[in-house]
Design a binder for this molecule. Sequence first.
Ligand code: GDP
Length: 323
Amino acid sequence: MAASDVGAPHKGAKIFVTGHRGMVGSALLRRLQAGGYTQVITRTHAELDLVDQRSVHAFLAEEQPDYIFIAAAKVGGIQANNTYRADFIYQNLMIAANLVHGAHLAGVQRLMFLASSCIYPRDAAQPITEDALLTGALEATNEPYAIAKIAGVKLAECYNRQHGRQYVSVMPTNLYGPNDNYDLATSHVLPALIRKAHEAKQRGDKQLVVWGSGTPRREFLYVDDLADACVHLFEHSYDGPLVNIGCGQDVTIRQLAEVVKEVVGCPAEIVFDTSKPDGTPRKQLDVTRLASLGWRARTPLRDGIARAYAAAPFHTDNHRAST
Ligand code: GDP
């Protein structure tokens, strides 16, 4: 595994960040701009449809970026993944295939593909090491998304083996932060709980409804920490095997709900709606490889939740600012 400063990128490198309006892409953009990179390029969905092969290939051939962060994806929480199964597998397969193959055709030597911890087998030993990939069956609720992301990881590997490319894949754990999706029908648990606690407080509700049994365990990483880890690997010209990106600690959904309640200042009592699925029982990443590359997470969960809440579109201050 290589992590050296040899060939480290210069600040004028042309870096294409895909998905820059999403939570991950926007965090990468913030981090690259703060790091002094002067040629970060982006395209909105309307300007460039990443599912359309012809447009993507033409764009990459024209722009000739030095590096691509593949942060674009169709993402969603447990319910969205389970409901829109065709959309999740098709769009994510196309995004990965178009960008990886298009990058190769355009002569782009380096890129980073962002996968997800849900690509690991449902019953993987915890904490999950990178070599657990493809050792067992996947969690059913998000299998279509996971299959597409696994294909992306394998695409990158195959272009490295056959064509000598340096395409890296990283596996972020559950993320949260500014620009998260707060739509209760499609969001992940943390933004959903922030919004539910906020609304319960405003309405004076007696109960805060949490899906499932509250016993599943999840690990959460503040998205600016993820962006920092990605840029760390990029700046060290890392071109080794896949790398988990997490904080190394998990909590139960019940514990999470309690922290959210405290941060938001919501006095309602937590109740569980067990008609909703629990999903995979535990999903904690082993971050030994990342630590050996010189990076660790900095934002404690409570602080990250406070920052995410402060940036949420429905937060009273933001609402006032925008009206
Ligand atoms: P997952 O990590 O892929 O399972 O996706 P989620 O972040 O959507 O869900 C994680 C866990 O949180 C599951 O056990 C959900 O049942 C639970 N959960 C509790 N309340 C909520 C909620 O309001 N929304 C979501 N999406 N999940 C919730």
